[in-house]
Design a protein around this ligand. Structure first.
Ligand SMILES: Nc1ncnc2c1ncn2[C@@H]1O[C@H](COP(=O)(O)OP(=O)(O)OP(=O)(O)O)[C@@H](O)[C@H]1O
Length: 338
């Protein structure tokens, strides 16, 4: 049977029935990888909710690529388990991988073939693609990553950004349930980075689960629904981005018509506070949010609204990945784990 795939919108696989709430597209348990004397990954329990765009963040050498490689069955764990789309890896690779598009370091492209010819070779190895569908799938994938104009040129002459685009085209040759991208914006110019962001957004709209590792915190903040922060081979925080950012915040902003009196009442209760354009900002490193509100109400001050200040991801990331965290500055992992 010949199946026609719409590469542009990923129809046919992920649309239609939404994943049940709480379903996981991938997960690891007690994952550990040791290279000679280097512990690359240690005790990683990663959970990738179905339909999420999960950003894997971490400093250089924190274990992102190794974790991604173990997820895809490219590296065998020293210890622990990996489940990808319901299949144990690496043994279930044959069943899981046709549904997974991946852009990982150093895809095996042939240097003397053109970008297009390389994609034809990749397409021929796709079990879900019949030979009559290959030309259409290749051209659509090239178009989607903006490589049509350079598709006739040899891979050897491609810039790093063009190589990344070709790798991404390979990942998007057929509709996927999951797409895994290791540093996809590496080598791309700002326009290329924006295109990747757009493609990730489209995949997400189509219900595809995306795992993306990145150093670019602003990119992750703009595109991801979930994050996992790695440090020294372990996951130091993971969960919904909004929940993490809220849990990592250290301020409560109170909207009140009586700012000066509010400030006075909080300071009298030894809660550090200051006036900001948004309202009175109470510091939560020494007091809990209910205590701030109770102090104000007891002083007869009208509290119209109290909102936790959102930390930027950059701020949260710095605190989670610093060795010497300031007292009270590091959110409890239990608190931030979803
Ligand atoms: N094949 C290997 N042989 C030996 N050591 C390795 C190998 N692959 C990774 N490592 C080591 O494991 C650790 C984690 O590396 P990994 O590439 O997973 O980190 P990363 O977070 O992806 O880093 P980056 O952001 O720099 O790509 C590093 O100390 C690295 O040197």
């Amino acid at each position: 049977m010949s199946t026609s795939y719409d590469v542009r919108n990923g129809a046919g696989v992920s649309k239609g029935a939404p994943a049940p709430a709480g379903a996981l597209a991938a997960r690891t348990r007690g994952l550990r990888k040791v290279y000679r004397n280097t512990v690359a990954v240690d005790q990683v329990d990663l959970e990738v909710p179905a339909g999420a765009v999960l950003g894997m963040l971490g400093p250089n050498g924190s274990g992102k690529t190794t974790t991604i490689r173990m997820l895809l069955g490219l590296v065998r764990p020293t210890e622990g388990e990996v489940e990808l789309l319901g299949h144990r890896m690496p043994d279930g690779a044959e069943k899981a991988l046709p549904d997974v598009g991946a852009l990982v370091e150093g895809p095996g492209f042939h240097p003397f073939l053109s970008g297009r010819e390389n994609l034809y070779r990749m397409a021929a190895a796709e079990p879900r693609l019949s030979s009559s569908d290959i030309p259409k799938a290749v051209e659509r994938a090239l178009d989607r990553v903006g490589l049509t104009g350079a598709a006739h040129r040899r891979y050897r002459g491609y810039s790093l950004g063009m190589k990344q685009r070709l790798g991404l085209a390979g990942a998007l040759l057929v509709p996927r349930r999951m797409v895994v991208l290791d540093e996809p914006t590496n080598g791309l110019d700002p326009a290329g980075t924006r295109e990747i962001r757009k493609i990730i957004g489209e995949l997400h709209e189509d219900g595809v689960t995306v795992v993306v590792s990145s150093h670019l915190l602003t990119e992750v903040e703009a595109t991801c629904t979930h994050v996992a922060v790695l440090h020294d081979g372990t996951v130091v925080a993971q969960g919904e981005l909004d929940v993490l950012l809220e849990a990592g915040s250290s301020g409560l902003v109170v909207s009140t018509p009586d700012g000066d009196r509010a400030l006075e009442a909080l300071r009298a209760a030894r809660i550090p506070a200051k006036l900001t354009p948004e309202g009175v900002r109470a510091d939560l490193t020494t007091a809990e949010a209910p205590q701030v509100v109770a102090t104000l109400v007891r002083a007869g001050i009208a509290v119209h609204e109290a909102t936790r200040e959102r930390t930027g991801l950059e701020d949260l990331f710095a605190r989670l990945t610093q060795h010497e965290a300031e007292p009270g500055g590091l959110p409890e992992v239990d608190e931030v784990n979803a």
